[in-house]
Design a protein around this ligand. Structure first.
Ligand code: LRH
Ligand code: MN
Ligand code: MN
Length: 388
């Protein structure tokens, strides 16, 4: 098997973007539990994200969700993040909370509503210019609940027109990533339900339009690593929203529900040249921490991605291909499983120390006093955005 020492340069380049909304209170439609110390402002969310990065060296950027993270001066916010050792990352649009969007946003039958949604994306692009962000991420709640409620075909056509107007506006260095999700909040049909639809829509736009794969947005049993392999093959995998799920879009800590699936996904990412500083694939988390503390929840998450990335990098590719070519079914499977079962935690801890990072970031955070400090300093924390 590949040695740990031979993969550290690749591990050192790993960056995982944190979602600002992971630091806010979130919950289910039954109850939102508050956590002491929850940020009241985007500045406090950025300070918390910086704490994750300080302990792990893995999270140099934070994603914004607009209008949840609306401020008057985005250039000042960029400087504020910079002072905390972070850059601002992906800008996520939001066309799912206005009454006007009850029957759709970019797909709506009413041109005025479509224009309102397009204008919101134009605002997001202006924000990206001020923040220095590269990616505009679009996820739509558009869809219908009942057969016959909407014209599925017409909605695709209007979506294509609306996306074309938005794509035309992005800068030469910027990208549009279109996220798919097979259900929720619409339950009969969703206008961008799957990778194929997202691929078809972004392919019609141009080179800087790509697919975002949220790991929680598939039907149970879906082979997500196959989708990863296919999108990389097609040059259209732009980004990940990482999280894990047991049932639906649970938004739990990545790698918590199914570490083996995370390993398989990361193996295909590496296999398809989707990993590394020159790769077009952006790693992001998209999670909620409903009952656990949010900062250690995010630390655990980026460590889970790092651990599974290390294991996937340890796969002996040469031996694997030889076994595959020889038709050695169990031999090939064994080579993959050898890497998956390798406990890299000790090596990672020792390596972190050589880089001036805590060997055990979870323990270091718990001992840091930061949680008690924010609990004392901050009263009345914010919800993530839903209901805010
Ligand atoms: C939709 C989604 C999308 C949103 C986020 C809050 O389920 O995954 O990425 O922006 O949740
Ligand atoms: Mn998502
Ligand atoms: Mn989601």
């Amino acid at each position: 098997m590949t040695s740990f020492d031979s993969i550290t340069a690749q591990l050192a380049a790993q960056a995982i973007e944190l979602p600002s909304w992971a630091f806010g209170n979130s919950g289910t439609r039954f109850k939102v539990f508050s956590t002491p110390g929850t940020p009241r402002t985007i500045q406090e969310k950025i300070a918390d994200a910086a704490t994750v990065h300080r302990h792990t060296g893995l999270a140099p950027t934070v994603a914004l969700h607009i209008p949840w993270d609306k401020v008057d001066d985005y250039a000042a916010l960029r400087d504020f993040a910079g002072d905390h050792g972070l850059a601002l990352g992906t800008v996520n649009s939001n066309t799912f909370q206005d009454d006007a969007y009850k029957f759709g946003s970019l797909t709506h039958t009413d041109a005025a509503v479509r224009q309102k949604a397009i204008d919101h994306h134009f605002d997001c692009i202006d924000i990206m210019h001020a923040t220095g962000s590269r990616d505009l991420k679009i996820w739509l709640a558009d869809g219908t609940n009942y057969p016959g409620q909407g014209d599925i075909r017409g909605r695709q056509d209007r979506l294509a027109d609306s996306l074309a107007a938005i794509y035309e506006r992005i800068g030469a260095e910027q990208r549009l990533v279109l996220e798919y999700k097979f259900f929720e909040p619409a339950f009969y049909h969703t206008d961008v339900p799957d990778w194929g639809t997202s691929y078809a829509q972004v392919s019609a736009l141009g080179d800087r339009a790509l697919v975002c794969l949220d790991t929680g947005h598939h039907a149970p049993g879906t082979n997500i690593e196959f989708i990863v392999a296919q999108l990389l093959r097609l040059g259209k995998l732009g980004s990940f929203d990482f999280n894990s799920r047991f049932y639906a879009d649970d938004d739990l800590i990545v790698g918590a529900a199914d570490p083996f699936q995370l390993f398989r996904i990361l193996y295909e990412v590496i296999r398809g040249a989707g990993f590394g500083p020159d790769s077009p694939v952006a790693f992001m988390l998209d999670q909620c921490h409903n009952v656990e503390d949010k900062i250690p929840g995010q630390i655990r998450s980026v460590l889970n991605v790092q651990e599974m990335t290390a294991r996937a990098l340890l796969v002996d590719g040469t031996a694997l291909r030889a076994a595959q070519d020889a038709g050695d079914v169990l031999g090939a499977n064994g080579i993959l499983m050898d890497a998956f079962y390798t406990d890299v935690r000790g090596d990672l801890a020792a390596w972190r120390e050589t880089r001036g990072l805590p060997a055990d970031p979870m323990a270091a955070y718990a001992a840091s006093g930061y949680q008690a400090q924010i609990a004392a300093d901050r009263a009345g924390g914010q919800q993530a955005g839903w209901g805010a």
